[in-house]
Design a protein around this ligand. Structure first.
Ligand SMILES: Nc1nc2c(c(=O)[nH]1)N[C@H]1C(S)=C(S)[C@@H](COP(=O)(O)OP(=O)(O)OC[C@H]3O[C@@H](n4cnc5c(=O)[nH]c(N)nc54)[C@H](O)[C@@H]3O)O[C@H]1N2
Ligand SMILES: Nc1nc2c(c(=O)[nH]1)N[C@H]1C(S)=C(S)[C@@H](COP(=O)(O)OP(=O)(O)OC[C@H]3O[C@@H](n4cnc5c(=O)[nH]c(N)nc54)[C@H](O)[C@@H]3O)O[C@H]1N2
Ligand code: SF4
Ligand SMILES: [Mo]
Length: 907
């Protein structure tokens, strides 16, 4: 019988409510929860495809252990796995001290998972070496809020987006990264066209669709820009003197500092027009209600903290905080990045917004946990932690719910570190993450739809994540794995004492955790699983006895600092660490695509999410391509000071000259190499320790890879992927993707300096099933060209092209259309491989992922005379999350312009 369970989406920090449809065995569908205040029923392409995202063949099902590096792992039972882990960790503590053990966890854990891990590391093992991928994500925002406002609390609500007059979006591509919120902004702006939107991003990102003003500043120059804006605000008198006097400290120092940031100086440094700078200041200074939204373009920087504070300065100087429609609102990336901050899951934090460097806080937490003391030695933050792993100080590393062998910068060093660490435990849901290969002990974790606990979204709203089905195989919830390890370690470290980890369920863990928030700025002591089930998702603070949460903080202009005042932070602009220079003439920016999530373990199992972009490409300004005589799709070697990667090029006018852009999602599995982070740098902000993932200097060198190969195979895609993947390790370039929807296929594109030998091709043919049966075969051994196509019941089922692959996109389209026609058979027997009618270079992209509408269908609609509403009505494109509308609108405009030009030309 079909049932529905209300839960939340496990992707981004918008925290949309989802209704999971299931039969208690399998998840059958998802829809947006109309009751959830974050999304009111809406979902983006990723959320709407969640039910397709857990291919059992990609999941980890059993614990696995290996007893030495280089040996194969074998399956063991849970008890033996955890006994072994407790023994190795106990020994490490005894022989090398507690700081030889480290935990690296994730903003995608649930609050209860975090809490147990924190208690395990700090109270039991006795180390503050517990950091999270949030270090790469939100740590600059944490420093920013704490320094300016006194506590790490985003003061706004999503409804402020609807109520604002001027929305300043800085270093956030919310069209891709927070699509449902962007949809709310789009609707708000269309119902109140007087609303102004300013986008600050070196790239003309998808978010610029709504921009009245786009400031394409030089990468990393945000601090100078914000100071320059404040300079003009001061000059024009567009500041709130009363607010500054009564509620803030430090304005004089900042005023003195920004005196140097004249419009001339700032417009030159940031590479923007003075008029645009003046206009930005005017919009900000005159807006009745100013809201700013920001994300990784500010945080992931060696000046990340300074960027956060310089932006918050603007709000304090104009008194734009604590009122509806206004305030500094940092968007959180991961679904529970906020929960990580609340539970103190960064090396320098403690539960309840406390600091690990504060003796009073250490005592409070130790008392609450009933232990004599917590360690006073500081813990290591992510980049420092992996450095300590590499130089041998960390002997046992426990990784949960993160894929550092894909997502940390400077992969060469990270992977060296993982390879030499004596004991690596990886607690993962998917067998396919790049980090799994480094695990001495691999533990299967339950994941979305299978877990129970709490998450906090960007607007401080706590939702109850509910399990719909049991985890597959022997997978277990994260809190339980951590707790079971802890109970074993206690036998060694606290024999005979009462267990600190006697938890039976997440609700109980939450009740213990919330005591640590009582009386603090984030007070959640009134919240429980039962309360959320009764009242629905609630915003903190929500103290015991409260009846509702708080949509807006600081409405009384009282800040959680010692004197109740907010602080201006006066710091000079510092340039990014790496500059463009002769040897590395381009600055590489990295970021998100709408349809992929991080290292693609989950979204990479959903074929339709590859429809819009199916491979990693280096985006360059078309003029830079022309001046260097580079072609679209051409393979180039991309190098930074740390490593290199072969990638195809893509001309993209959104990227400014001298810059390059690479989506962050591709690791070593979907792209041969060490993943895109082999190029990025580990340099970090001195306060937040967040690395500069957005600016790395690179260069391009030609590669000569005349032999190419294209494969497509339907059915059992995960198994085939795993079997095929190792065969491509020896090739110079190989990219993997899924295609299709109902009948997904694995697609491989590869290239190499010399032709592959016949053994290799035979292995490939066997794995594809084109070695026998109903297969068309053509070989020209002299030119090392080969073609194989398996056709059953008039349908293409597998393809292998080798030597030369001009027909790849044409064949892919033929496979997508479903019919293997006579044209295909004729092409097949011809001694060349160009498709009929000449080479087709552009593959047929999916523009609307939600409704699965391809570019070709939209072109056909335009030919039939449909306009945008007509397309939406007939094809249903753009009716899901709406994030494809900007691109479709461009196609409509271009079509109309072409049609006009044609009528003008006609006599
Ligand atoms: N589809 C999708 N959505 C996601 C995720 C995902 O993987 N996929 N991940 C989630 C997570 S964890 C996070 S943290 C968020 C990230 O969300 P965002 O931060 O919005 O996403 P990014 O694409 O990383 O970067 C945002 C923008 O910063 C710009 N930028 C680069 N350098 C600078 C600079 O110096 N100054 C300014 N002002 N801008 C700059 C980039 O050009 C880019 O457009 O997304 C969340 N949502
Ligand atoms: N170049 C570049 N690099 C970046 C960024 C960038 O903008 N540019 N952004 C950075 C940012 S902001 C972030 S947040 C990081 C993200 O980087 P990661 O933390 O590596 O991100 P994910 O790939 O989401 O890793 C989560 C892992 O947990 C697994 N998993 C899923 N559900 C569960 C579960 O319930 N339990 C357990 N135990 N495992 C589970 C998934 O399969 C996946 O392998 O990347 C960072 N890296
Ligand atoms: S915006 Fe999309 S990815 Fe983010 S929570 Fe909502 S449905 Fe999930
Ligand atoms: Mo993130």
């Amino acid at each position: 019988m079909t049932q529905t369970t209300a839960s939340t989406c496990c992707y981004c920090g918008v925290g949309c409510g989802v209704l999971i449809e299931h039969d208690q065995q399998r998840i059958l569908g998802v829809s947006g929860d109309p009751q959830h205040p974050a999304n009111l029923g809406r979902l983006c392409s990723k959320g709407a495809s969640l039910h397709q995202s857990s291919d059992p063949a990609a999941r980890l099902l059993h614990p696995q252990l290996r007893l030495g590096k280089g040996l194969a792992r074998s399956r063991i039972d849970w008890d033996s796995a955890l006994d072994h882990a407790a023994e190795v960790i106990g020994r490490s503590i005894a022989e090398h001290g507690p700081d030889s053990v480290a935990f690296y966890v994730s903003g995608q854990l649930l609050t209860e998972d975090y809490y147990v891990f924190n208690k395990l590391a700090r109270a039991l093992v006795g180390t503050h070496n517990i950091d999270s991928n949030s270090r790469l994500c939100m740590s600059s925002a944490v420093v920013g809020y704490k320094r300016s406002l006194g506590a790490d609390a985003p003061p706004c609500s999503y409804e402020d987006i609807e109520q604002s007059d001027c929305v300043l979006i800085a270093g956030s591509n919310m069209a891709n990264a927070h699509p449902v919120l962007f949809g709310r902004l789009r609707e708000a702006k269309s119902s109140r066209p007087e609303m102004r939107v300013i986008v600050i991003d070196p790239r003309r990102s998808e978010t610029c669709e709504l921009a009245d003003l786009h400031l394409a500043l030089q990468p990393g120059t945000d601090v100078a820009l914000f100071h320059g804006i404040l300079h003009i605000l001061l000059w024009e008198g567009w500041i709130d003197r009363e607010f500054i006097e009564q509620h803030t400290e430090g304005f004089d120092a900042l005023k003195a500092l920004v005196r140097d940031y004249t419009p001339t100086m700032v417009s030159e440094l940031c590479g923007i027009h003075q008029d645009d700078l003046q206009q930005a200041a005017r919009l900000i200074g005159s807006a009745p209600r100013l809201l700013s939204l920001w994300c990784m373009g500010l945080n992931q920087s060696t000046a990340g903290s300074a960027k956060n504070n310089a932006l918050i300065n603007l709000h304090l100087a104009t008194g734009q905080i604590g009122k509806p429609g206004s305030g500094p609102f940092s968007l959180t990336g991961q679904p529970n990045a906020m929960g990580g901050r609340e539970t103190g899951t960064l090396a320098n934090l403690l539960p309840g917004h406390r600091d690990a460097g504060n003796l009073q806080h250490l005592h409070e937490v130790a008392d609450y946990w009933g232990i004599p003391a917590l360690p006073e030695r500081p813990g290591l933050s992510a980049i420092e932690l992996f450095e300590a792993v590499r130089n041998g100080r960390i002997k046992a590393l426990w990784i949960a719910c993160s894929n550092p062998a894909q997502s940390l910068p400077d992969q060469q060093l990270v992977q060296q570190a993982l390879a030499i660490c004596p004991f690596v435990v990886v607690q993962e849901a998917f067998a396919t993450s790049e980090t799994c290969q480094f695990a001495d002990l691999l533990l299967p974790a339950a994941s979305w739809g299978e877990k129970d606990g709490m998450v906090t979204n960007s607007e401080r709203r706590i939702s109850h994540v509910r399990a719909a089905i049991a985890p597959p195989g022997e997978a277990r919830p994260d809190w339980r794995i951590a707790g079971d390890l802890a109970q074993r370690l206690e036998k060694q470290l606290r024999p005979g004492q009462r267990s600190l980890f006697a938890f039976d369920n997440p609700a109980q863990i939450y009740d213990e955790y919330k005591g640590l928030t009582a009386g603090r700025d984030l007070d959640c002591s009134g919240i429980s699983h039962a309360l959320i089930d009764r009242l629905g998702p609630q915003q903190w603070p929500f103290p015991a006895g409260a009846e509702a949460g708080k949509p807006r903080l600081y409405t009384d202009a009282q800040f959680p600092s010692a004197d109740g005042r907010a602080r201006f932070v006066a710091e000079h602009y510092q340039p990014p660490r790496e500059k463009r220079e002769a040897r590395y003439p381009l600055l590489l920016n990295t970021g998100r695509l709408r349809d992929q999530w991080h290292g693609m373990t989950r979204t990479g199992t959903v074929a339709r999410l590859f429809g819009s972009v199916d491979r990693a490409q280096l985006h360059l300004n078309p003029a830079d391509m022309t001046s260097r005589r580079l072609r679209e799709g051409q393979l180039m070697r991309v190098s930074s000071r740390r490593g290199n990667l072969v990638l195809p090029l893509h001309g993209d006018p959104a990227v400014a000259s001298g810059q390059a852009f690479l989506p962050m999602h591709w690791g070593d599995r979907f792209l041969k190499g060490l993943g895109i982070n082999v190029l990025t740098q580990p340099a970090f902000d001195p306060l937040s320790k967040q690395p500069e993932l957005k600016q790395s200097a690179i260069r391009l060198d030609p590669v000569d890879l005349p032999w190419s190969c294209f494969l497509l195979v339907e059915g059992d895609v995960q198994q085939r992927f795993s079997a095929l993947r190792p065969l491509f390790d020896s090739l110079d370039y190989a990219a993997f993707a899924l295609s299709g929807n109902e009948r997904p296929a694995l697609v491989v594109r590869a290239a190499h300096a010399s032709a592959a030998d016949s053994d290799w091709l035979e292995q490939i043919d066997r794995l594809l099933g084109v070695d026998q049966g109903p297969v068309l075969a053509y070989d020209d051994p002299r030119r090392a060209i080969g073609k194989r196509v398996r056709i059953e019941q008039q349908r293409i089922q597998a393809i292998r092209l080798s030597g030369e692959t001009l027909a790849a996109d044409w064949l892919l389209a033929a496979w997508q259309s479903g019919e293997a026609d006579s044209e295909l058979r004729r092409w097949f027997l011809a001694p060349f491989s160009s498709p009929p009618g000449g080479a087709r270079t552009e593959p047929d992209r999916t523009l609307c992922s939600c409704m699965d509408v391809r570019q070709s269908a939209i072109h056909a609609g335009l030919q039939r005379g449909l306009d945008l509403p007509g397309l939406q009505r007939e094809l249903r494109c753009g009716n899901g999350c709406g994030s494809c509308l900007a691109e479709i609108r461009q196609l409509v405009d271009r079509h109309q312009q072409a049609a006009q030009a044609a009528t003008q030309e006609a006599p």
